[in-house]
Design a protein around this ligand. Structure first.
Ligand code: BGC
Length: 757
């Protein structure tokens, strides 16, 4: 009898959450509120604390999200739903709006527009029961072949940081949390789980951390996701200097840091470093943390710190506050925002009097698989399951154009046959996860093209790339066009141009591709990026002139890939995905480390993108910040002056053409010689104008705090060298319209310890 009672007591204790008497005793009735976190922590058993810092597994979500935090019902702690991702919610259970991908959003250079996109996404998250959106993603486009560049904004940290801030502000305005990812230097997919980035401190601070720093300070994201890779030998999720000293003490981040899915190796080291939440969460991690607390290697108060941060996140989350939207945005409203964003971010690269199409043009022959199957976004966690995406053909038809039926039939039957064959094919794990690629291009043949040139008034060739998570892009047949794609452009351009009919090439890609060898052939080139579900409709607007393109490149398009300084240190060989390592298998030290796979030397330092092309005077295909419009802008009345430790730059922009349009005004700064080597110029500010009617003007003002002119001097901190600075106001990094020198900038030294609390 006594034994039975003892057994019941033990079982009840376990059921109530573990071995602490507190759990079943005096604190049993404590329920989470916003202001009782300490009491709740007091009442928690060790097991409960650990269950909070280790997520609820890949399948824990009730709405098909990527992950959850675990609920503890007895303490009134609900589960949080964490859903990808940067281009819209990725829910296995529901169709959601597919917004344009980040490289397109960055091409708008328009922070209020990106904020609007964030707000729409945040509202949709609320309506679906999502607490945290796993985005924005903001790694730097170090090299064009990174497979996830479409999810990232730019090669420039200021543009990335400002875009990410705008996105976070928009998302969080709704009560949903945002998550900056992947902190930091996740610039390649090859061996991303173990790759060791070797970079000096200045490079990390000025290029790879800077965007995160801006976003943390300007938008206070509720969460940050660490990257998979190591930096100088340490997994970022286990790096105390990065997660505590830099992120929290220096930048004052006060939210939750979570791992990327299965990221890092040592659960206790992650908690010690300040990585509060391990996602999606494994039993092994729970055991390791309990063991570390019990043997004293992880002080319980350190664990409590992470628990406290997660409780704070939970107590402010929609799931806890039961916040429902006042007026959820309707699907059509969200689609309209997705359309507006895509319209502002597509970039017109070439236009030899072909666009907008002459009003008499109706019959258009559409070539290229992507004319019929839009690549709305990339694959992997950045994918979105939208109810419908609009291909160029659908968009054009809707706008009243007449796509050529013969050509359409030809493509549709080809695509169907490829799809049928794919269904029958044996598929590897990687293929199953990433899904079917785009069917390879076909050339309908010169005869068919000639007949199409007779029947139609213009040709559109849409060439697409489907890229994404887990692997980097290849040079052949990806960065470079395939032989068939080249032939298509050549044959169609010749046939249509001989008949005096324009040919437009649309690039439906997530990252940069080679253009220099063929860009003189078609009459116009539109970089449509991965434009989200509304892509085809927006393209129709650009062709007809309803939309005047205003996108500007957030990256450089080089003449040759090898021109990138990072090219010497980027993985060019295909390395199969190591799924065991992705799932968190312990890394064993390889006998020989493979360059660019096991480690990658960032030897180019801060000279990434235009910083390198400018320094080394390299010719480029299209410079950073470049993009054409159907109208022209004049820059005048530039003034620069120093006021209260801030440089104020202003100028007048006037639409001198015949169509209404928007301009993106960019402010680059050249610094005097100083303690460290400086780039020729760096982007320090920008403004997207409002829609200017012909003859209309707008005064632009950019305010630059002095410290934004600083360089990082290792061992000292951020330093503004004294002397004369040149402020260069331009329409692209290589089209500077006004240049003003400002002498007398005082020296400013911001030592790092001065930033600690
Ligand atoms: C990606 C993250 C994503 C997570 C959850 C990882 O593979 O790197 O960006 O948020 O999966 O889906």
């Amino acid at each position: 009898m006594v034994m039975k009672q003892i057994a019941i007591l033990i079982l009840t204790g376990l059921f109530l959450g573990g071995c602490s008497p507190k759990a079943s005793g005096q604190y049993e009735t404590v329920k989470l509120q916003k202001d009782n976190l300490e009491q709740v922590i007091e009442a928690m058993t060790l097991q409960e604390k650990v269950s909070l810092v280790v997520g609820g597994g890949m399948t824990g979500s009730s709405i098909g999200a990527a992950g959850i935090t675990q609920p503890i019902p007895r303490l009134g702690i609900p589960a949080l739903e964490l859903s990808d991702g940067p281009a819209g919610l990725r829910l296995r259970s529901t169709a959601t709006t597919w917004f344009p991908s980040a490289s397109l959003l960055a091409s708008t250079w328009d922070t209020s527009l990106v904020r609007e996109v964030g707000k729409a996404m945040g509202a949709e998250a609320l309506a679906q029961g999502v607490d945290v959106i796993l985005g924005p993603a903001m790694n730097i486009h170090r090299h064009p072949l990174c497979g996830r560049n479409f999810e990232y904004y730019s090669e420039d940290p200021l543009l990335s940081g400002k875009m990410a801030s705008a996105m976070v502000l928009g998302i969080q305005e709704t009560g949903t949390g945002a998550c900056l990812k992947h902190f930091a230097a996740n610039n390649q997919e090859t061996n991303r789980n173990n790759n060791n980035v070797i970079a000096d401190e200045r490079t990390l601070r000025e290029i790879y951390y800077r965007g995160f720093e801006i976003a943390v300070k300007e938008s206070s994201p509720k969460t940050i996701m660490t990257s998979y890779n190591r930096i100088n030998g340490i997994y970022t999720s286990e790096d105390k200097n990065l997660l505590t000293d830099i992120l929290r003490y220096e930048w004052k981040f006060d939210g939750v840091v979570m791992t990327d899915w299965f990221g890092g190796q040592d659960a206790a080291a992650q908690i010690s470093a300040g990585n509060d939440l391990l996602e999606p969460g494994k039993r092994r991690q729970r055991r390791a943390i309990i063991k570390a607390v019990k043997n004293g290697t992880l002080p319980e108060r350190t664990l409590n710190t992470s628990v406290r941060r997660i409780l704070k996140l939970v107590s402010n989350s929609p799931s806890f506050t039961k916040q429902a939207q006042d007026q959820p945005l309707t699907e059509t409203e969200n689609a309209a925002i997705a359309r507006k964003a895509a319209a502002r971010g597509m970039v017109l690269l070439e236009n030899r009097n072909a666009l907008p199409l002459n009003d008499t043009i109706q019959r258009i022959a559409l070539f290229g698989v992507s004319s019929y199957r839009l690549v709305a976004g990339g694959v992997g966690s950045g994918e979105v399951y939208a109810a419908q995406t609009f291909s160029p053909t659908q968009g054009l038809e809707e706008a009243g154009y007449l796509p050529d039926r013969e050509i359409m039939k030809r493509y549709e039957s080809y695509i169907d046959s490829v799809n049928r064959a794919y269904k029958r094919k044996w598929k590897s794990i990687t293929q199953r996860i990433l899904g079917q690629g785009l069917p390879a291009e076909i050339n309908p043949g010169r005869e068919t093209i000639a007949l199409a040139a007779d029947r139609n008034q213009a040709a559109l060739i849409t060439l697409g790339r489907r890229t994404g998570e887990f692997s980097d892009r290849k040079i052949e047949e990806d960065y470079l066009f395939t032989a068939t794609e080249k032939e298509l452009i050549e044959d169609i351009s010749r046939a249509f141009q001989d008949a005096g009919k324009p040919v437009i090439v649309v690039l439906n890609v997530g990252g940069v591709i080679e253009t220099a060898s063929w860009s003189d052939q078609p009459d116009a080139i539109i970089l449509a990026w991965m434009p989200g579900q509304e892509g085809g409709r927006v393209l129709a607007g650009i062709l007809s002139g309803k939309v005047n393109p205003s996108g500007k490149l957030p990256v450089t398009i080089p003449m040759r890939l090898e021109d990138h300084a990072s090219h010497r240190n980027f993985p060019l060989e295909e390395v199969p995905v190591n799924w065991l390592s992705f799932l968190g298998k312990k890394r064993t030290e390889p006998e020989t480390e493979r360059p660019n796979v096991d480690f990658t030397q960032y030897n180019e330092g801060i000279y990434v993108g235009y910083r390198d092309f400018d320094k080394n005077g390299k010719n480029v295909a299209y410079p950073f910040g470049y993009g054409l419009s159907y109208t022209d802008f004049r820059y005048s009345n530039a003034v620069v002056h120093l006021e209260n430790q801030k440089v104020i730059v202003s100028c007048l922009v006037t639409n001198t053409g015949e169509r209404a349009g928007r301009e993106v005004v960019q402010v680059y700064v050249s610094a005097p010689e100083g303690k460290v080597d400086k780039p020729v110029q760096e982007l320090k500010g920008f403004v997207a104008t409002s829609q200017l009617e012909p003859g209309g003007s707008q005064e632009i003002r950019v305010i630059l705090p002095l410290e934004s002119l600083a360089s990082f001097v290792t061992g000292t901190g951020w330093v503004v060298d004294p002397g004369e600075y040149t402020f260069r106001i331009g329409s692209s990094s290589r089209d500077i319209r006004q240049e003003i020198r400002l002498p007398g900038i005082p020296e400013l030294i911001l030592p790092l310890h001065a930033r600690l609390p």
